[in-house]
Design a protein around this ligand. Structure first.
Ligand SMILES: [Zn+2]
Length: 77
C-alpha cells in the first residue's frame, strides 16, 4: 500500500469516527481512538480515557491529517 493510500484509508476511518463519536473514546495515555466499550487501551493498556464527543472528534481530525496517530483496528468496526 502506498503512503498516499494509507493516508486516504485513515481519512476514511476518521470520517466514520466523526460521524459516530459516541461509539469511541480517546486514550489519555497514547491518544489512540478506541471503541467506547473497551475497559483498557489495547495499545498501551491505559485505563484513562476522554469519552467526550468533542475530544473524539478532535482526535479523529488529527488522525485524518497525521500518520502517527494510531487506531486499534480490530476494535473499530
Ligand atoms: Zn493507549
Amino acid at each position: 500500500m502506498t503512503e498516499e493510500n494509507h493516508l486516504a484509508d485513515r481519512a476514511r476511518k476518521a470520517e466514520k469516527i466523526i460521524a459516530r463519536p459516541t461509539d469511541f473514546k480517546v486514550c489519555e495515555g497514547c491518544d489512540s481512538i478506541v471503541a467506547a466499550r473497551v475497559a483498557t487501551c489495547p495499545n498501551c493498556h491505559g485505563y484513562r480515557f476522554d469519552e467526550s464527543p468533542q475530544a473524539v472528534t478532535a482526535q479523529a481530525r488529527l488522525l485524518g491529517s497525521r500518520a502517527q496517530t494510531s487506531v486499534v483496528e480490530e476494535d473499530l468496526f
